[in-house]
Ligand binder design. Sequence first.
Ligand code: NAP
Length: 311
Amino acid sequence: MKVYDVVIVGGGPAGLSAALYAGRATLSTLLIEKEQVGGQIIMTSRIENYPGCVEEESGATLIDRMKKQAANFGVETISDEITEVDFSREIKVLKGQNETYRAKAIIIASGATSKRLGCEGEEMFIGRGVSYCATCDASFFRGLDVFVVGGGDTAVEEALFLTKFARKVTIIHRRDQLRAAKSIQEKARKNPKISFIWNSAIESLSGDGILEKVVIKNLKTGEKTEYVASPEDMTFGVFIFVGYEPNADLFKNELDLDKGYIKTDELMQTSVDGVYAAGDVRVKSLRQVVTAVADGAVSAVQAEKYINSLE
Ligand code: NAP
């Protein structure tokens, strides 16, 4: 049974950076990703705050180069979903749906996934009006009205992106102040296609097979307003950007977590020797590509030192 030096769980920027550093250190390295390699950043239409990205750069193009770079150093990539882990012995075991994997060191870079609103009709209309990815779905709403839920950087940036396609973009936020960075807020306030509905939440989404109606509730007054698609439009879009949840549930019996995120020290070491966590899945103050790739590099260098210490 093959024992890898390093198995990396998750193929976003943190995982790919760890893969690059591990591969370059000539460690036998396997990267396991359950969906498509790239993580959340692949949904980002334009990256402005990753050093060196001065020209138009999307998440997908950046990830594409990262993937090639890791593959050039002999990193194997496999698609599988890990369902069970055992970190109790020196050789760590990861059970996937297709296979079981063994490694001397593990780097967890499983990231985070979009949070759901939990309102009536949300699940039913995913892909039929409800979306969590503007880059993926904006073009379906060309010339139509679109609502964006959330007040953070993601919501406001994606609202700006959606103005290139939609007739009108309305941001629904549960408070009367945005959380997004001031520079992004200013762009949104200046954009004639963007308007705001403050102190409000979506109560329900409905329609006959496709999204046709949204009920919005003012959280201060309790007043409800309805928006119904016109017969010409037939539908509209609701894009939800209300934050992320860490993909760390799988590790809760093996590692110390804090509010669902994996606890590490500054060397990405978790509560188990030889197991590291990198990127959005770990407790940290700034979740960005630039910090994810830094975590990935640190974790791989530490994994190499750990493996050398075993010999
Ligand atoms: P976030 O900063 O956590 O913001 C989530 C937003 O959704 C907040 O406005 C929050 O409202 C709202 N919200 C949360 N739960 C809700 C619910 N159940 N119903 C309605 N609204 C809800 O998430 P994010 O915007 O996705 O950003 C995540 C991280 O990535 C942040 O650290 C952010 O700075 C970073 N990021 C950076 C950039 C950039 O620098 N260009 C771009 C994207 C993301 P409240 O404000 O009332 O809490």
